[in-house]
Design a protein around this ligand. Structure first.
Ligand code: GDP
Ligand code: IMO
Ligand code: MG
Length: 423
């Protein structure tokens, strides 16, 4: 028995979906414990591209159980769309292979309206959210005004509570000249969704503990990344949940002492979508990757901001998450470069620092200290064995291991399942 947490070491989109898909082969249960359909995890298997938002990537494997844990905020209408899309791609989703926690919170249409309205209100200080209502849904949870998924098994109470929330929100929207949420249509849609989703809703904490007792292996599929964590990220340019390793425990009810391993996933360079400081941001790298058709968001289609690998961020992420191993993806993205930079430290007001500062203002004021590496100038996408990598690529990874304090265990040289090398 072994329980593993997979987390993102940067600002999300590190390739967690692909790594989770790879690790699922030796797993029984795949669990999402935080975030919502702000996530977009791309997996390419058997030549088909799948994009997962709320459903754990494990659903692509036959015979695996997927759990949406209590820490997730779940948009039932978004989930139905996602289920329909995956089914149209031949994936089987049943109440046996997709379990939803009774205590996960619902994202409702008024949360999306609030999300968008607050972004407009922030003006040039906007966060650049995905517009999926994530922040307002978590705010309602913490404010104790949320609706939990168990209500989907109690339609009469759900209707009453939903009408109450819609009335209150619409009053607030009317007072602030925001477009109202249509009441009857929303109630009907949510009640219809409840009927379909109710058979999936259960006490997933009990399920997970029983699975552990029965000797099953659990894999926690992180969403977002370390620097989008509400506590540890580049606040306020973060999401509204704990995306770091501890969130897997609070978001599932599986205690820390039952976790055996943490794998941090990072790209061989850095990307970020949305606003906020980005010390190693580099337009030329962004242009190169975008011209290759890469680095467009899986959820919103936005072009991702790109830059050099930032070992300061990954070092702190390794520490914070207690990462035993690193999975480095997209090494092939650097194939064409003569010279590759790694940021080894920051210079802040004349002082060299080795961990990111705690405020976004200070992070924005940091200058990168770079170390230059010679590029391997070779197409890595067809390589199937780690030992066949060019020496210069091996040297780049070795140096990364030294700088961040964790060994590379998995390496991505392309988006497909088979393009994952074991180090
Ligand atoms: P996630 O949110 O962490 O699951 O990552 P995303 O799926 O949003 O973004 C990662 C992108 O990189 C996707 O388009 C993946 O298909 C792609 N990807 C993952 N690993 C590799 C890799 O090793 N090489 C290449 N070329 N693409 C990769
Ligand atoms: P995956 O799981 C990258 C970013 C948004 C925005 C900020 C807040 O695919 O790695 P939110 O909608 O959560 O309130 O937006 O967080 N963000 C992500 N960026 N990958 C993600 O998920 C993200 N989920 C949220 O772009 O900057
Ligand atoms: Mg993503």
């Amino acid at each position: 028995m072994s329980n593993t947490i997979v987390v993102g070491a940067q600002w999300g989109d590190e390739g967690k979906g692909k790594i989770v898909d790879y690790l699922t082969e030796n797993t029984d249960v795949v669990v999402r414990a935080a975030g919502g359909n702000n996530a977009g995890h791309t997996v390419i298997s058997g030549g088909t591209k799948y994009i997962l938002h709320l459903i754990p990537s494990g659903i692509l494997w036959k015979g695996k159980v997927c759990v949406i844990g209590n820490g997730v905020v779940m948009d039932p209408l978004g989930l139905l769309d996602e289920m329909a899309k995956l089914r149209s791609q031949g994936i089987s989703i049943t109440p046996e292979n997709l379990l939803i926690s009774e205590t996960a919170h619902l994202v409702m249409p008024y949360h999306k309206v609030l999300d968008k309205a607050r972004e407009i209100q922030r003006g040039d200080k906007k966060i650049g959210t995905t517009g999926r209502g994530i922040g307002p849904a978590y705010a309602d949870k913490v404010e104790r005004d949320g609706l939990r998924t168990i209500l989907m098994t109690q339609p009469e109470i759900l209707e009453e509570e939903l009408r109450d929330r819609l009335a209150r929100h619409n009053k607030f929207f009317a007072d602030n000249s925001v477009e109202l949420v249509p009441v009857e249509e929303t109630v009907q849609k949510v009640l219809d969704a409840a009927k379909i989703l109710a058979p999936h809703i259960t006490n997933t904490t009990v399920y997970l503990h029983e699975a552990i007792k029965a000797g099953k292996n659990l894999l926690f599929e992180g969403a977002q990344g370390t620097y989008l964590d509400i506590d540890h990220g580049t606040y306020p340019f973060v999401t509204s949940s704990n995306t770091t390793a501890g969130g897997a425990c609070t978001g599932s009810g599986v205690p820390p002492r039952m976790i055996d391993k943490v794998v941090a996933v990072g790209k061989a360079y850095t990307t970020r979508v949305g606003s906020g400081p980005f010390v190693t941001e580099n337009e030329a790298i962004g242009d190169m990757l975008h011209n290759m058709g890469r680095e467009f968001g899986a959820t919103t289609g936005r072009a991702r901001r790109c830059g050099w690998l930032d070992a300061v961020l990954v070092r702190y992420a390794v520490m914070l998450n207690g990462a035993d191993e690193l999975a480095i993806t997209n090494l092939d993205g650097l194939d064409g470069l003569e010279e590759i930079q790694i940021c080894t430290a920051y210079k802040l007001r004349g002082k060299i620092i080795h961990y990111p500062p705690s405020t976004s203002a200070d992070l924005a004021a940091c200058e990168p200290v770079y170390e230059s590496h010679k590029g391997w100038k070779q197409d890595l996408s067809g390589i199937t064995k780690f030992s066949d990598l060019p020496d210069l690529a091996k040297a780049y990874l070795k140096r990364l291991e030294e700088l961040v304090g964790a060994p590379v265990s998995l390496l991505g040289v392309g988006p497909a399942r088979e393009q994952t090398l074991v180090a």
